[in-house]
Design a protein around this ligand. Structure first.
Ligand SMILES: [Zn+2]
Length: 376
């Protein structure tokens, strides 16, 4: 698999819920979700002996479908970083939900939530992202046998859906965790701006690569040598922490929030908006917008006004903007903030208070969430 393909896969990071998308009807039944989060036991399933429909990849005994999460370059994420990404995704919610208690477990049999990475192809979320379930779809217990050896199948070959058995599935790549620390909006935006620059021959017309000044020319991933982007190496992948936070958010709140506009619009010139890259609706930013492939690449570890609004509307106990965890934010060169106030954290991140891309001066000042320590 070439570099271009890797990049394209991670460009569009979207996900599905195990439920047809429909208008949100309040109140969603959250009784099952409230029971589940009061004693959440999370097993993370990945290994390096994956079996796919094309046969064993590296066969060493009875391989399972679960696979090792990869970064954009095809390298493996170290186990401590996989754990950090998943834990941080959970801690973000726990920081504002006083009723949420969770622990990571080492044995699947103890879990009531399984998080499984794999080379998913048929589960409906195409090439990147993940699939979760809605708050009224928590099963009484998790069952990891669904999809154990083959996607969407029981071991005996009958069909099943992982998301009907308390399994959140995540694509195998292209993730970053430690290498997403300090990766900011401006840096990401400059990379994407290069990718979509209408002055460069990244567009196709009549089968030939050319610039995008002619509105009839369409952006083409095969015309774009992504590795030539000045920012290519510094952006290692989609940040696993906020993407898992988003997936778990489906199990708390249901479907996506309505997205007021998109940063990326392929038919627009320029395709990438500088002024509307932060989608802020009437209730403020939320991590539950459908992915447009951009905002999970930057400084998005947080809980925001729109998230708190929805959680409260559904009937959860919510402490926001007060955090039940100490939030640690840092930046390259030594800037530092410890706070228990999500709005103070957002001010330090800068972008949640503005729609547009950070200026160079702002980018020097912005802080990044690197640790969430729950109160004892
Ligand atoms: Zn989603």
């Amino acid at each position: 698999m070439g570099v271009r393909r890797y990049f394209l896969l991670s460009l569009i990071a979207f996900c599905l819920t195990g439920h047809p998308v429909k208008a949100q009807t309040f109140p969603v039944l959250i009784a099952k979700s409230r029971i589940a989060i009061a004693d959440l036991r999370v097993f993370v399933d990945y290994d390096d002996d994956s079996v796919t429909s094309a046969g064993p990849v590296t066969f060493a005994g009875p391989g399972t479908f679960a696979a090792w999460p990869l970064d954009k370059f095809g390298g493996r994420l170290p186990p401590d970083q996989i754990a950090r990404g998943i834990r941080m995704g959970l801690l973000l919610w726990a920081s504002v939900l006083p009723d949420m208690r969770f622990r990571m477990v080492q044995r699947e049999a103890e879990a009531n939530l399984i998080v499984r990475f794999g080379p998913y192809r048929h589960s409906g979320f195409a090439d990147a992202g993940g699939r979760a379930y809605l708050p009224d779809r928590w099963a009484d217990s998790a069952n990891g046998d669904c999809g154990r050896y083959e996607e969407n199948k029981w071991p005996d070959g009958r069909a099943c859906g992982e998301w009907e058995h308390n399994i959140i599935i995540l694509q195998q790549g292209r993730w970053a965790v430690k290498r997403a620390d300090w990766r900011g909006m401006r840096e990401t935006w400059l990379d994407f701006a290069w990718i979509f620059d209408p002055a460069l021959p990244h567009y196709s017309l009549d089968g030939k690569c050319r610039d995008g000044k002619d509105p009839a020319a369409k952006w083409s991933d095969t015309c774009t040598p992504f590795r030539e982007s000045p920012a290519f190496d510094s952006l290692a992948g989609v940040d696993l922490a906020p993407i898992f936070q988003h997936e778990f958010g489906h199990t708390l709140m249901g479907d996506h929030s309505f997205s007021p506009y998109e940063c990326v619009e392929y038919t627009r010139r320029p395709i990438l908006s500088k002024d509307r890259c932060v989608r802020i609706g009437d209730e403020g930013f939320t991590v539950m917008y459908p992915g447009d492939g951009v905002d999970a690449w930057w400084n998005r570890r947080g809980v925001f006004d729109g998230d708190a609004f929805r959680l409260k509307a559904l009937g959860y106990h919510v402490s926001y903007p007060v955090s039940r965890a100490t939030l640690t934010l840092t930046r390259p060169g030594g800037g530092f903030l410890k706070t228990k106030d999500w709005r103070e954290a957002q001010r330090a991140m800068i972008w949640p208070l503005q729609r547009g891309v950070l200026s160079a001066a702002q980018a020097k000042r912005e802080l990044f969430l690197v640790d969430v320590e729950l109160d004892p």
